[in-house]
Design a binder for this molecule. Structure first.
Ligand code: ZN
Length: 186
């Protein structure tokens, strides 16, 4: 497996506590999405929200008004994901492109792990977080050469059911601290 695309370094400027988001419904089957992927994206945003000590609140919006959009990318559109800046009615926004990577082998929870962690990593960029060299972090970059199968595998091993994804945020203590720093510095 290959590394995350290098993501753009920028941050959503959060004027208000509420951050409108939209996650593309799974309608373009050629992306390899399934209906439950919308929920995985939402859980990823909820994980950051929980880590923010109340400074961040995602609220569902329609696509046109959403400053953070999660979109399912086509296979040829990159590796796991990338985050690109967009403008939303004069305000800074971010579009998170997530490519569905099915590792094969019939392990549905591994596939869902990859979708969830990719949403989590890329939405971290949207919130202003940079890559780290620490393999324990969700913001770790594979460009530093870590074991990609283990990166996903260690999370997957915590799961007995899909609902367990809500129990294990995938964020390290350092990720949480970096988020709080990013929110404080605005
Ligand atoms: Zn990245």
């Amino acid at each position: 497996m290959k590394k995350f695309l290098l993501s753009v370094s920028f941050a959503l400027t959060l004027g208000a506590a509420d951050l409108p988001y939209w996650i593309e419904p799974c309608e373009r089957k050629e992306t390899g999405c399934s209906a439950g992927d919308v929920e995985l994206g939402r859980w990823a945003l909820e994980a950051w929200q929980s880590a923010s000590d109340g400074r961040l609140r995602f609220v569902a919006a329609d696509r046109d008004h959403a400053r953070l959009r999660i979109v399912w990318a086509l296979p040829e559109e990159g590796l796991y994901g990338e985050t690109v800046p967009i403008e939303v009615h004069g305000q800074a926004g971010a579009q998170v492109n997530v490519r569905i990577v099915d590792p094969g082998g019939g392990d549905r929870l591994l596939r869902d792990t990859i979708v969830y962690l990719t949403c989590l990593h890329e939405s971290g960029h949207a919130l202003g977080l940079a890559h780290t060299r620490n393999f324990a972090d969700i913001m770790y970059s594979f460009q530093f050469g870590g074991d990609i199968a283990e990166y996903f595998g260690r999370y997957r091993r915590q799961l007995a059911t899909r609902q367990d994804i809500r129990k294990y945020s995938g964020l390290s203590a350092a990720d949480r601290a970096h988020l709080r720093d990013a929110l404080r510095s605005r």
